[in-house]
Design a protein around this ligand. Sequence first.
Ligand SMILES: Cc1cc2nc3c(=O)[nH]c(=O)nc-3n(C[C@H](O)[C@H](O)[C@H](O)COP(=O)(O)OP(=O)(O)OC[C@H]3O[C@@H](n4cnc5c(N)ncnc54)[C@H](O)[C@@H]3O)c2cc1C
Length: 247
Amino acid sequence: MITNYHRPQTIEEALKLLKQPATLPMGGGTVLNSPKYKDQEISVVDLQALDLNHIRQTGHILEIGATATLQQLLEDAHTPAALVQAIRQEATLNIRNAATAAGTLVACDGRSAFATMMLAFDAKLTITGDSASTVSLTEYWALRPGGLITRIDISSNVKSAYQQVARTPADLAIVAAGLVQWSGGRTRLALGGYGKLPLLAMDGTEADGLESAASNTFHEAADQWAGAEYRADVAATLARRCLETAG
Ligand SMILES: Cc1cc2nc3c(=O)[nH]c(=O)nc-3n(C[C@H](O)[C@H](O)[C@H](O)COP(=O)(O)OP(=O)(O)OC[C@H]3O[C@@H](n4cnc5c(N)ncnc54)[C@H](O)[C@@H]3O)c2cc1C
């Protein structure tokens, strides 16, 4: 339960507040306001006055401000079509209007379409704390460094595709595949729809072995929604479809 609310006007002020115990940054608040925190007293530092919601193209990089909402990103002309598709699958319009890019990457589980696609893009997160650093999404999830995510960068001069299978068209994925290909041939495949976080299935200099990388990644991916054999099979099919449709 949120027991204290702060709305700092500067990043310095926010960082100072975040040093207090049980104090968390708040993006859209859709997780911090949820039953997940009902038994825990937390103070929140609302980031909305910090002017971190820009989306801009700089050279071949798409810079996404940490507090840009999923809906803002969905509607931006620079957002790659595959990412737009993943955002549409992520949540309904009301949640997309509140949920922020950074908050979604911090709070996501393996079924997040947005996080799956951002992993495929090899998104780089700028963390501002006592010092500034840039980490990949994989590093962020492994280390969970403190501080504030202020910006997320992805390459914009790439081909990309997103494919998923779910029980119904608007449901969360049971198997999701995000593929990004750089002009030099580098090919990254991320899989979602299962587990605690999306998984990186392949990051190679070309697309050879993509389907087997996909099925190997999900060879033990069994839960209440699907068996591992099914997921491994579907992941290979979706990886192939991504390769055929990337644009
Ligand atoms: C009904 C419902 C169902 C959902 N189901 C799923 C699901 O099945 N799978 C899934 O993956 N997601 C699911 N979501 C999560 C959804 O994607 C998140 O609600 C949303 O994306 C979180 O964004 P937010 O900005 O509201 O985060 P907030 O609630 O503001 O914050 C979430 C977390 O991120 C931290 N944070 C926020 N901004 C920053 C920042 N700039 N720097 C550092 N830390 C930050 C917060 O401290 C907090 O720990 C669901 C959400 C709802 C409401």
